[in-house]
Write a protein that binds this ligand. Structure first.
Ligand SMILES: [Zn+2]
Length: 444
């Protein structure tokens, strides 16, 4: 396949997607000054914070919030401004700013790219805080991940049908115009991963999900075949929530939703136990899902750090890559193509999880790890270089964790640029992690 840059770990979020309580309680949101800072960061969400915490603060809180947002929270405002946009504009905006700064057009000849493959990872946030929350409006109408599916597809369709250009008359404004660029010539190729938490479905529903979104994948014999089928659907799918819930498109064409998703995203800290051996019914669901991923050669990305969105006290236990030793050692899962995200990063600096990933990679040839959100600064690649030396050069994947990485990074552009110019990886190493390896992970 041709010369392309891959960002294997990307998030398309707007404010309706995350579990907001898990979002504001992220450890990385609550650094240093702890709760006080959270309050300053997300004033709109004050009402979600326990009353006791609110009472703890003086009446000056409103002033402080204003002051912080205006003067102090540049990165946070950046994140919010991206998340506040209509989801339809997301990829168009990311594309516009990358082309504006000509990110991939200068420097090392081998690191010039005119094609960027991004994999937005959907996260199955389940029923958020509705169940047993004591809220009056506590009954969700439908599976929440459906809303995200509709949004990501809308955003992709918009991207291939429109362009953003500087406004011809109003200076400093942008304008949306019908695209004059063919799909082949657009900067991005967008292959999302479907977020599934088996706990949010029964076994029949999981079977139905796999049939719906991954029908026919088992017949792809070559990576090229998988790629072509996914590319063909890019921007062609037009659905809304109503279609998804009432299966309107499927009634006309049972294959309508196939080859939209390139992979599956698992997120243990939201209560996904990768091997719930004490709960036979749960175990059956997980077994089914993973065996289908192995059989249909669907790549899986599993969140693997002690940060992120957490809704269970067992988040760390579920996220520990040790849980996967037992799984991958079974013959039915040994070929599972799996990416342990964030290199098993832990806030304490412990390398324990990373070492587990490295030993899994030694044993299983389809085990990968991405360094998404760990490399906002040029120097952060020292760590990546150290891992490459541990025989991991063909298992490491570039990932940004955009938009969440805006908490640490000035922009998507900045994150990309730092990778391209960091002196800690040589050109060959860079090409492997941003092109050859992810291509293999994605398409086989
Ligand atoms: Zn992520």
């Amino acid at each position: 396949m041709s010369h392309k840059f891959y960002d294997i770990h990307y998030h398309l979020f707007d404010l309706s997607h995350p579990n907001l309580l898990a979002f504001i309680l992220r450890d990385d949101m609550i650094t240093g000054e702890s709760v006080r800072k959270v309050m300053r960061k997300l004033p709109l969400l004050l009402k979600f914070v326990p009353l006791g915490a609110v009472n703890f603060f003086s009446g000056k809180i409103a002033e402080r919030i204003k002051d912080f947002i205006q003067n102090d929270a540049g990165k946070f405002r950046n994140l919010l401004s991206m998340m506040e946009n209509s989801i339809e504009y997301h990829f168009l905006l990311a594309d516009y700013y990358i082309r504006k700064e000509k990110i991939f057009c200068s420097g090392d000849e081998k690191l010039k790219f005119n094609k960027i493959v991004i994999c937005p990872l959907l996260i199955d946030f389940g029923f958020k805080n509705l169940k047993n929350s004591g809220c009056f409006y506590d009954l969700p109408p439908a599976k929440p991940v459906a809303g995200q599916v509709a949004d990501v597809l809308k955003s992709i369709r918009f991207y291939y049908n429109y362009d953003i250009i500087p406004h011809p008359v109003k200076e400093g404004e942008l304008r949306l115009v019908k695209s004059s660029t063919s799909k082949e010539d657009k900067l991005f190729e967008i292959y999302p991963f479907l977020g599934i938490n088996p706990r949010n479905y029964d076994l029949l529903e999981i079977k139905a999900l796999i049939d719906k979104y991954f029908s026919g994948y088992e017949n792809d014999s070559m990576p090229e075949e998988r790629y072509k089928k996914l590319f063909a659907r890019l921007g062609e799918v037009e659905v809304n929530l109503e279609d998804l819930i009432f299966r309107k498109k499927e009634k006309e064409n049972p294959e309508y939703y196939s080859y939209i998703f390139a992979g599956v995203k698992l997120y243990p800290p939201l209560g996904l136990n990768p091997w719930p051996e004490d709960e036979p019914a749960e175990l059956d669901k997980v077994k089914f899902l993973l065996s289908e991923c192995a059989r249909k050669k669907i790549p899986v990305t599993v969140h693997c750090s002690d940060g992120g969105f957490k809704t269970t006290p067992e988040a760390d236990y579920f996220s520990n890559p040790e849980r996967w030793i037992k799984i991958l050692n079974q013959s039915s899962f040994k070929d599972l193509r799996i990416n342990f995200a964030h290199m098993g990063n832990r806030a304490s600096g412990s390398r324990e999880w990373l070492n587990t990933i490295i030993s899994l990679a030694e044993k299983f040839e389809n085990v990968y790890t991405d360094f998404s959100c760990l490399t906002p600064e040029i120097e952060d690649y020292k760590l990546v270089a150290g891992i490459i030396e541990k025989n991991m050069s063909s298992r490491l994947l570039f990932g940004s964790d955009f938009v969440i990485n805006l908490l640490w990074s000035g922009s998507y552009n900045e994150y990309l640029k730092n990778f391209l110019i960091t002196p800690y990886l040589n050109t060959e190493q860079k090409l492997k992690v941003c092109s050859a390896n992810p291509e293999k992970f994605l398409f086989g």
